[in-house]
Design a binder for this molecule. Structure first.
Ligand code: SF4
Length: 330
C-alpha cells in the first residue's frame, strides 16, 4: 500500500509531499463537490486505518530520495478525512522530528471540536480546514455531514482551535454556483470567519470532476463578490494550479495512475501533463487502464475527466465502480 506520494504541485502549498493516512473516501462528510465520488457510507470513527509505522517508513524513504529543495511542504491530505486516523498526532510529531520542512494538514475540520484532535494538529505549521457555509442549512446542503458533526460543533471546534493554535490557520471556501456564492451566503460565511479569526482565507472553485452532476463553479462576478466580502475578514488567496513533474516516472501507465489517483483531471489537461510521452502511447495507456478497471471517465462541464476507480459517481455504470485497487482531495 502506498501512503506517501512524490512532491506534486499543490494549489495552495507549492510542491507538496503528500501523506495519505486514510483509505479512499473514509470521511465524515459527503460534499456535493467532492472529486473522489460519494462517501458510502459516512464514517466518523477514529482508528489506525493503516499502520502508523509503515506510513512513517515510507516517509523516511521519500525524504531520502528527494532533495529538500524539491519540497515546499509535507502535507497530510487524505483520500478521505485525515484526522480520522487515530495516530495523526504521533505521525505529525514524528514528521517534525525527521525534517525541518514545514508540515500542513488539509482537513475538513469536522473533528476539531474534540480536544485530542486540536492537540494533534497543534504541532502542524499550517492547518487548512474547510468552511463552505455560514448557516446550518447550507452546511447540511453542501457538506452533507455525519449526523454527529453538527454546524455548532464544526464552528465551535474551529473557534476553540484558533484560541489555542499559534500556527497558520488557512481555511478554504469551495464556492459552488447558486449555493454559497450569493451575497447573503458569503456574508454569513464572513460572519463566522470573524469569530474564527483565520490568518488567510483561501477561495477555491470546483475545477476537478464534482461527484454531483449539477455542481457548477461560480461565475466571474460571484468570484469577485467572494473576494470582496471575505477579504474584509482576512487576506484572500485564490489558488493557482502548478504543473506536475513526472520526470520520476519511466512508464506512462504508472504516471497516469500516479496522477489521477489523487488528482482527477480533464482529458485535455492529462494529455498536456503527459506531453513527454508520444500521444499514441498515452491513448493506449488510457484505454488499457479503462478496460482493466483501474481508471474511469466521468463527464462534467461537457468534458471528460479521468479519475481512478472505484470512486462512487452517481451517473457511472455500476460495472465501472467495482474495479480493483485505487486510492486517492481537496
Ligand atoms: S471533499 Fe474532502 S471532506 Fe468533502 S467528502 Fe470529499 S474527502 Fe470528504
Amino acid at each position: 500500500m502506498k501512503y506517501v506520494y512524490d512532491p506534486v504541485p499543490s494549489r495552495r502549498l507549492g510542491q507538496s509531499l503528500g501523506i495519505d493516512p486514510i483509505p479512499l473516501k473514509t470521511c465524515n462528510w459527503n460534499c456535493v463537490y467532492c472529486q473522489l465520488g460519494r462517501t458510502v457510507p459516512l464514517v466518523n470513527e477514529r482508528a489506525d486505518y493503516f499502520p502508523p509505522r509503515e506510513i512513517l517508513a515510507q516517509l523516511e524513504e521519500a525524504l531520502a530520495t528527494h532533495e529538500t529543495s524539491e519540497i515546499d511542504w509535507v502535507t497530510f491530505v487524505g483520500s478521505g478525512e485525515p484526522t480520522l486516523h487515530a495516530s495523526i498526532s504521533w505521525l505529525i510529531r514524528q514528521v517534525k522530528a525527521l525534517t525541518d520542512l514545514p508540515v500542513a494538514v488539509i482537513t475538513n475540520g469536522a473533528l476539531l471540536y474534540l480536544p485530542e484532535v486540536r492537540t494533534a494538529l497543534s504541532a502542524a505549521d499550517a492547518v487548512m480546514p474547510s468552511l463552505d457555509a455560514g448557516t446550518p442549512e447550507l452546511y447540511r446542503q453542501i457538506n452533507r455531514p455525519h449526523p454527529d458533526i453538527t454546524f455548532e460543533r464544526l464552528v465551535g471546534g474551529l473557534i476553540a482551535f484558533r484560541d489555542e493554535y499559534q500556527g497558520k490557520l488557512w481555511p478554504e471556501v469551495m464556492l459552488v454556483h447558486g449555493l454559497n456564492d450569493t451575497e447573503q451566503a458569503l456574508r454569513d460565511i464572513a460572519t463566522v470567519f470573524r469569530r474564527i479569526r483565520p490568518n488567510q482565507v483561501h477561495i477555491n472553485i470546483p475545477t476537478r470532476p464534482p461527484v454531483e452532476t449539477w455542481v457548477q463553479p461560480p461565475d466571474e462576478e460571484a468570484l469577485m463578490r467572494a473576494q470582496s466580502l471575505l477579504g474584509d475578514v482576512a487576506k484572500v488567496v485564490s489558488p493557482v494550479e502548478g504543473s506536475f513533474d513526472l520526470s520520476g516516472y519511466e512508464d506512462v501507465v504508472d504516471a497516469v495512475v500516479g496522477v489521477i489517483t489523487r488528482h482527477p483531471m480533464s482529458e485535455e489537461e492529462l494529455k498536456r501533463t503527459l506531453a513527454q510521452w508520444a500521444s499514441g502511447e498515452v491513448s493506449q495507456a488510457l484505454a488499457e487502464l479503462e478496460a482493466s478497471g483501474q481508471a474511469q471517465v466521468v463527464e462534467r462541464y461537457g468534458m471528460r475527466f479521468w479519475t481512478a476507480a472505484p470512486g462512487h459517481y452517481p451517473d457511472q455504470a455500476r460495472s465501472q465502480r467495482t474495479a480493483p485497487g485505487r486510492r486517492r482531495h481537496k
